[in-house]
Structure formats: structure tokens, C-alpha cells
Design a protein around this ligand. Structure first.
Ligand code: G6P
Length: 181
């Protein structure tokens, strides 16, 4: 019997390692519209978050993607750094998030616009119903790193959250977390 090495490796410090990995980086210039106000003190090149991802090239029901999202500990005029957030295009597709490092919030919103959060800290595991929009928010002083597993035919429906935005914003003022509804 031959014992082969897997082409994928998830290093605790360096993150995901694989020739098949894709990395996407969201800089402030591309994330400005997510926030309540524009922060003129923030360099447009500032890295807000990156996603290292293993995506199955065949869009086939049942195939899975694996990724790690890393949100930097940045605030935008006091508002905590967050992902764009989305519904899945295929509402039958769930997703798991597992917090590897840092602390933050998983913001969820159902199809009627009701919104709530789950607290994230290393080890917390979050099962996301396919009918809920989801957004990661870094409320800590270090990077928030979250491992994500989802169906590769889930898709991202950003238009739906633009039409019905998350109704709560999270801020960090003088080290205290506050939210505005
Ligand atoms: O696409 P965003 O809402 O900015 O979230 C960033 C990424 O977060 C996780 O890794 C998701 O599972 C990805 O599918 C998503 O693209």
C-alpha cells in the first residue's frame, strides 16, 4: 500500500498551503461602501480582509469548498472591520464557520431582516442556515481568523443584502463595543 501526502495542508501559523489555493484580498478602497462613514485617515491600500480558499472547479451539488477568512484589527471611523456579507444564491446550502484565532461576531440576518449575532472566540463553531445572510466582524485587537466550509454550488448573493442591508452596525469606542440599530 502506498501512503501519499495530501496536496492540502492547513498550517496553524501560516494558514492554508496548497498549489490549488486561491487568495483574494479586500483592501479599504474596495470596501468603503460597507461602512457608515468614509475614514479619510485610512490608506486606501489597507488590507481589510483576505480569504485563502480551496474551491472545487466543478460546480456540482455535494462538492465542498474550504477557506480561511482573516480580518485585520482595523476600524473605519470607529466601525469594526467586517466582511461584505451575503446570502447564498442557493438557499439550501448551509455553511460552517470555526473560529481559529481572535474574537468577534458572526452577524446573521433572516429573510425578513431580523438580525442577531453569535459571539466568536477560538474554538466556537457556527452552523449557518442557508436562509440566513452572514457577515464576520472583528471586535478584537488581533486578527480574526475563521475557517469556513460550504457547498461549492452555494454562490454569493450580494445584491440581496444591498437591497436589504444588515440593520445593525458595530463600533469600538475607547475599547468598548457598541452597536447602532
Ligand atoms: O464574500 P464576503 O461576504 O466578503 O465574505 C468573505 C468570505 O467569507 C467566507 O470565507 C465565505 O465562506 C466566503 O464564501 C466569502 O467569500
Amino acid at each position: 500500500m502506498e501512503i501519499k501526502r495530501s496536496p492540502f495542508f492547513h498550517d496553524w501559523e501560516a494558514g492554508l498551503k496548497s498549489e490549488q489555493m486561491e487568495t483574494s484580498i479586500k483592501r479599504y478602497r474596495d470596501a468603503k461602501t460597507f461602512y457608515k462613514s468614509v475614514d479619510e485617515t485610512l490608506d486606501p491600500d489597507t488590507i481589510m480582509y483576505s480569504v485563502q480558499c480551496l474551491t472545487d472547479p466543478d460546480i456540482v451539488g455535494g462538492h465542498l469548498n474550504w477557506g480561511i477568512s482573516k480580518l485585520e484589527p482595523v476600524t473605519v471611523d470607529g466601525e469594526c472591520n467586517m466582511t461584505r456579507g451575503h446570502f447564498h444564491s442557493n438557499l439550501d446550502c448551509q455553511e460552517y464557520y470555526w473560529c481559529a484565532k481572535g474574537s468577534g461576531l458572526l452577524m446573521l440576518m433572516d429573510e425578513t431582516g431580523t438580525c442577531w449575532c453569535e459571539a466568536m472566540e477560538p474554538g466556537t463553531l457556527h452552523k449557518i442556515d442557508g436562509h440566513y445572510a452572514h457577515r464576520l466582524i472583528n471586535t478584537g485587537d488581533e486578527a480574526l481568523e475563521v475557517i469556513c466550509v460550504w457547498n461549492n454550488d452555494a454562490g454569493h448573493d450580494y445584491a440581496r443584502v444591498e437591497a436589504m442591508p444588515f440593520p445593525v452596525r458595530v463600533f469600538k469606542r475607547d475599547g468598548k463595543i457598541e452597536w447602532e440599530e
